[in-house]
Design a protein around this ligand. Structure first.
Ligand SMILES: CC(C)(COP(=O)(O)OP(=O)(O)OC[C@H]1O[C@@H](n2cnc3c(N)ncnc32)[C@H](O)[C@@H]1OP(=O)(O)O)[C@@H](O)C(=O)NCCC(=O)NCCS
Length: 183
């Protein structure tokens, strides 16, 4: 398990499937992930059970509060060994925990794993233009806005831009040093 200030990241368990099923079938959550179609509990169970153990090829973890409540999931995917890059995906599915710093802490915590245990050099992510909470949370976690894929997404009857954000290891380390010096 990997501990941050507010969250603990752990391997996913079969018992997590019911909660994830509820989250991804909730349009208020799914519209930020673009799960367009309803998903069955059976398919979610298969998905969780088929999740490979975390390795350099991909990291798929549950996000728990420090007192053990499962509130979301995150992934490092598309790991490119030659480039030392990976794509980050995150969902705090339990809406009670939105906007309380859990997302930013989970991202900082997995970035520590990515840069210092996996020896990656860059993390990036895609987020939808209308997801301002996510953009602010990722900025708080140290990510920089790098680009904009224009009209890349169609949802709720119109096209939206998709934003690209990234975090380099040298930036992360400098931020950690500054935070450490201020503590
Ligand atoms: C995106 C997500 C991971 C962010 O985590 P979080 O714990 O909710 O966010 P944090 O508390 O870390 O940061 C939220 C920031 O947005 C701000 N915020 C909160 N609600 C907001 C809203 N409705 N609109 C705009 N900004 C908002 C907060 O003030 C904070 O910014 P600040 O630090 O500058 O004050 C989480 O909300 C989530 O998983 N949402 C659903 C799925 C999703 O969007 N996944 C990401 C896809 S790219």
């Amino acid at each position: 398990m990997i501990e941050g200030q507010l969250v603990r990241l752990r391997a996913r368990e079969p018992g997590d499937a019911e909660r994830a099923f509820g989250w991804i079938n909730d349009w208020e959550v799914a519209r930020f992930l673009l799960v367009r179609y309803p998903l069955s509990l059976a398919s979610e169970r298969i998905w969780v059970e088929a999740t490979p153990a975390a390795s350099f090829g991909g990291v798929h973890l549950a996000i728990d509060t420090l007192d053990g409540r499962h509130i979301g999931n995150l992934d490092l995917r598309n790991v490119m060994p030659e480039n030392r890059t990976a794509e980050l995906g995150i969902m705090i599915g339990d809406k009670q925990f939105w906007g309380r710093g859990y997302g930013a802490d989970a991202v900082r915590t997995v970035a520590r794993l990515a840069f210092h245990r996996m020896n990656l050099n860059r993390l990036y992510l895609h987020t939808y233009a209308y997801n301002e909470r996510a953009q602010r949370s990722f900025a708080r976690a140290g990510f920089t806005l790098e680009g904009r894929l224009r009209n890349h997404l169609f949802v709720d009857g119109r096209y939206w831009d998709v934003l690209v954000m990234g975090l380099l290891r040298e930036e992360f380390d400098a931020q950690e040093q500054t935070a450490g010096a201020g503590a």
